[in-house]
Design a protein around this ligand. Sequence first.
Ligand code: PMP
Length: 395
Amino acid sequence: MLDVFDRCRLHDDFQPVADLGAYPYYRAVQDRLPTGEVIIDGRVLVTAGSNDYLGLSADPRLKEAACRATLRLGTGTAGSRLVNGSLSLHEELETRLAAFLGQEAAMVTSTGFLANMALGALAGPRDTVLADLLIHASLIDSVRAGGARLRRYRHNDMDHLGRLLDACDPAAAGLIVSEGMFSTTGTLCDLPGIAKLARRHGVRVVLDGAHDVGLLGAGGRGAAEHYGLESAVDLHTVAFSKCFGTTGGAVAGPEQIILYLRHHARSMVFSAALSPACTAAALAALDVIETEPERRHRALAAAARLRADLSGLGFQTGTSETPIIPVHAGDIVLCCRLWAELFHEGVFTTAMVPPSVPEGRALIRVSTTALHTDAQLDRIATAFAAAGRRLGLIP
Ligand code: PMP
């Protein structure tokens, strides 16, 4: 037989990048500074690609909550929620999250990825899931795991979604799945359009709020609140790895559905419960999200300033109005070279290449956080100017 190990090679496109010494992945961070900077290879770099939008991962209140929970409850949960892993701390977080998101109930999972995977328990082989072309891998995997038919509509294209819905079997069940704020482009989903089509066709709406819950909307409840359409979201998923400054995730929705998922979602039943430290940190983050709106205002204002600077320099920065600023490079090698030049200039960014983005659409994902100072934003823009000129990307 063939040996599966023979197939385990990096994507061919990465070889020229590795040859140039520009391979961007797995650069080990030695330390994270409270200023939002990182130390890599002994150098202090400004981070411009983190999901820590509110700057909470280094917040003393979260760290103290995590330490206290560890001292009281230990470092692990030793089992899944269904058997021996449930803590009253999980239940407290679930009650708080459900109230925060305006849903009846919530269930906490060990990662945001696993929160989305839980959706696989909802749609089966006879059902259809209609999903935006740019949705996260975890949502695609969950649909595949459940065996439903997956139909993708072009990014935010409501005419396309409408046509796909028209072609669905009315005797089957349907779900529309979108991210609130898309993780690679920073664009907001067209929730008003989705809500209208969902009502017309009698299908449920699932919104992945991984990047926007905590960040958008007057109360930080995400893209749904931003649009005043919280009631149009049937199930809302959350990842604690972004605005909540820790790890973990949650699904919020009607009580009966959450109860069903607790017993049927394989990612819930067969995976150990979230650690005491992360659960307590998420609770502390929720306190901050509810009481310190200035953090999200700062992250958004910093993005507006940096976006204006980067597009003024001549970079293609797309249409986002959120803290995610995609700087389009197109080709994988060019994108990785840009990443390496920025690294050399003292700025740590994220290179997004296929399969994270469609072929030919590689980009540097720049994101701002509440911690960025104006001086750091200027340093990022100056680094882009130097790197972009060296590579001939800008005049
Ligand atoms: N949804 C989206 C849109 C994401 O970007 C991510 C992670 N990048 C996840 C879900 C998974 O979250 P986590 O990393 O917390 O597992």
